[in-house]
Design a protein around this ligand. Sequence first.
Ligand code: GLN
Length: 483
Amino acid sequence: MHQMTLAEIARGLADKKFSSEELTKVLLARITQLDPQLNSFISLTEELAIEQAKAADARRANGESGALLGAPIAHKDLFCTQGIRTSCGSKMLDNFKAPYDATVVAKLAAAGAVTLGKTNMDEFAMGSANESSWYGAVKNPWNLEHVPGGSSGGSAAAVAARLLPAATATDTGGSIRQPAAFTNLTGLKPTYGRVSRWGMIAYASSLDQGGPLARTAEDCAILLQGMAGFDQNDSTSIDEPVPDYSASLGDSLQGLRIGVPKEYFSAGLDPRIAELIQNSIKELQKLGAVIKEISLPNMQHAIPAYYVIAPAEASSNLSRFDGVRFGHRCEQPKDLIDLYKRSRGEGFGPEVQRRIMVGAYALSAGYYDAYYLKAQKIRRLVKNDFMAAFNEVDIILGPTTPNPAWKLGAKNSDPVAAYLEDVYTITANLAGLPGLSMPAGFVDGLPVGVQLLAPYFQEGRLLNVAHQYQLHTDWHTRTPQGF
Ligand code: GLN
């Protein structure tokens, strides 16, 4: 049962082959049995899950239908869940029970999805390895000595290990696509503004975007359908109609123009990954796509720009955690300053503190122009590169990451080494574009992802291309041993 995709589950539930309650119990038992190896969950919500599953079964018995009605999922632990701990992977919020549901959580619940729990993540979504979580590192089910990627490493490891079919995640600089690549999943970061950020604890507000992590493009379409849409509670939400993402999965790729940036294949890319990317290009050519070399000349400036903008916004967003209103509070503060200092010093881990300091520095008087303003200018150049490229091509294709998943602890002493691994993913966030990573093969037994980028609001095109690719390849069906 645990091998089923969301699409298969929807068919099975519709055909009354099993109930949501039965399936939910099977998966909860599987999580209890196998998750100690992975540490992919921070909280399990067994009672809520059974209650939601029963309600979904009752709705189906009353004649209701829907791809998510009775479908088991989990939420990355930065989506607020009413009455349930929402920790953001931090000691700071270990005691925080959200007073309301995030829009994404409420929408999926209304569609009948069943919440099994809250998944582990890098603290405040800062990281690429899920090692900065206060709840401990998450292991990659493909090799327990390797990281699953981050910051949505818990969602990725859980779905890859078949503990559940799909999960929500968020992507500020790659945190959906990179863990998808590291664990052989399909993950989609939507256009900025496509999915509501209301109730999604902010890291870098102008970059953060929620999206689906699943095994197939077909399942990402189902989950995105339940997440996307205008929300008046989020001032950056965009009032654009949501297309039927499943309806366009079958479209032909005949004549599709795929741009391959020459900068993607420069030094730093593992040659074995380069070869797998070339294979995926050939596969898409067989399906009728036309390949064109393009250039993204400002790509080299993206990492420094991102690692100024993201910490700057983080330093501002995280100022609300002061030990006063909610979250961790130190014991017996001497005075107000002592309360702030010790509550924050004790509540935040080292990576979060580093970023707050970098961000506060970049925003400070005298340095603002030199760093923050300059980074914003680079951001515009990065966007302009994409706009020029999309005049010539329909999608852009390349690797999701320069290397496969590294060993646990391998980059702990050198944060910049980890930052450099984000080279292919962060440009989409800087420009606000949608991006998808899908399985493209293996290197040393570790999964490799190919990334597709599309113009604004063309999530349907990304899912269509990935689905067609998955109809003709079987990388996405491979299961990690022991799971
Ligand atoms: N690795 C990037 C960072 O640490 C991206 C994280 C994310 O997308 N949340 O900022």
